[in-house]
Design a protein around this ligand. Structure first.
Ligand code: PGA
Length: 251
């Protein structure tokens, strides 16, 4: 059975005290969610240590939103995978479309980031997805396939056990425009096939593939009911514990 996951990506939101309170609210509400659904909060770097204290010993796991593509040294402003692990992170998101779009994150850099994350014992939530022009041109399959091949095909079947894929169509992120359950299922099944082509059917069956993009309590159930959708990566709606947990209840 694949791990079901609902992960909140807080992005650049909340002050430290607000984030600590949000984490406390998520922990308090988490009991309502079926035990087989993994709950993750991905916070800004500044929040990781205090939020690690809040989630310690609870069912909620901690994630970063990014990590450096270098091990350590003179890289002012960067945060390494080793630092994240020592702060209490179990996961890091990598390759979010906002990082690709605004900070020039390339697939080549992502290979380095994934390597360092895994080497430091972190699990990775790797984001892929097409933008609106690519969707309208019917290129969404090609775009996702290339992103997965360029990054994940550099890793082994064993390493895939520590990697979660998040399909996030850029046109659905923060826009209120969700992919339909059919659109999402279609591409999730395709992504699973791209994983199977390299790593075999068994690894593909075990790989969790999350949907992200304007996921909310009202549409989570329909999305999560799809055969190849194993949960969600939640942006805006993860900033309210009630909505975040409401989405997780979508199972
Ligand atoms: P959204 O963001 O839920 O606000 O659309 C999702 C994401 O970017 O991870």
């Amino acid at each position: 059975m694949r791990q079901k996951i609902v992960a909140g990506n807080w992005k650049m939101n909340t002050t430290v005290p607000e984030g600590v309170q949000l984490a406390k609210d998520v922990v308090a509400a988490a009991a309502a969610v079926p035990a087989d659904v993994k709950l993750i909060v991905a916070t800004p770097f500044t929040h990781l240590c205090p939020v690690a204290e809040v989630v310690k010993g609870t069912r909620v796991s901690l994630s970063a939103e990014n990590c450096a593509d270098k091990e350590k040294g003179a890289y002012t402003g960067e945060v390494s995978a080793a630092m994240l692990a020592s702060a209490g992170c179990e996961y890091t998101i990598l390759g979010h479309s906002e990082r690709r779009q605004y900070y020039g994150e390339t697939d080549a850099k992502l290979v380095e980031k994934v390597k360092l994350a895994l080497a430091n014992g972190l699990k990775v939530i790797l984001c892929v997805g097409e933008n609106l022009d690519e969707r309208e041109a019917g290129k969404h399959f090609d775009v996702c396939e290339a992103q997965i091949k360029n990054v994940l095909y550099n890793f082994s079947a064993e390493e895939m056990a520590s990697i979660v894929i998040a399909y996030e169509p850029v046109w659905a992120i923060g826009t209120g425009k969700t992919a339909t359950a059919e659109q999402a299922q279609e591409i999730h099944a395709f992504i699973r096939k791209v994983v199977a082509d390299k790593f075999g059917a068994e690894v593909a069956e075990q790989t969790s593939i999350l949907y992200g993009g304007s996921c909310k309590p009202s549409n989570a159930h329909e999305l999560f009911a799809q055969k190849d959708i194993d949960g969600g990566l939640i942006g805006g709606a993860s900033l309210k514990a009630e909505d975040f947990i409401g989405i997780a209840l979508g199972y």
